[in-house]
Design a protein around this ligand. Structure first.
Ligand SMILES: [Cu+2]
Length: 148
């Protein structure tokens, strides 16, 4: 709680500072310091919006996406990590994506073959996205992404 408050304060204080300091450019070192603070605040802000991570193949070895449903905000990404029982891929169902979204364009048809291999997809349009792993669709390896 306290850390969050502090971060928020630092962000709001630091944000307008760099441009003002750069314009006067009286003390370059000071500018660098202020910019550094602003950057670290930005890094904190960004890490708060880390990708949702979905394991392709459950830890148990089951042919499943884990978790099978994730929720992100519009413009955020979901990162798939090859975990077990690969190869896998991630193919969105054209009948299970929001209207106007090209399922092919956001799918990863090439198989993820290597252990730990990752693939990320950024989704901009709110709605529900259904997908499956083609090699294991018959085994029920599918998942859902909800974009808010
Ligand atoms: Cu699979």
């Amino acid at each position: 709680m306290q850390m969050i408050n502090k971060t928020a304060m630092r962000t709001s204080v630091a944000r307008p500072a760099p441009s003002r300091q750069v314009q006067t450019a009286a003390m370059p070192q000071k500018v660098a310091q202020v910019a550094g603070v602003a950057l670290s605040s930005l890094a904190l802000t960004m890490s708060a919006h880390a990708d949702a991570v979905v394991k392709a193949g459950a830890d148990s070895g089951a042919l499943a996406f884990e978790p099978s449903s994730v929720t992100i905000k519009a413009g955020e990404s979901v990162k798939f990590v090859n975990n077990a029982g690969f190869p896998h891929n991630v193919v969105f169902d054209e009948d299970a994506v929001p209207e106007g979204v090209n399922a092919d364009a956001i799918s990863r048809e090439d198989l993820l073959n290597a252990p730990g291999e990752t693939w990320s997809v950024k989704l901009e349009t709110p709605g529900e996205y259904g997908y499956n792993c083609e090699p294991h669709a018959g085994a029920g390896m599918n998942g859902k992404i909800i974009v808010q």
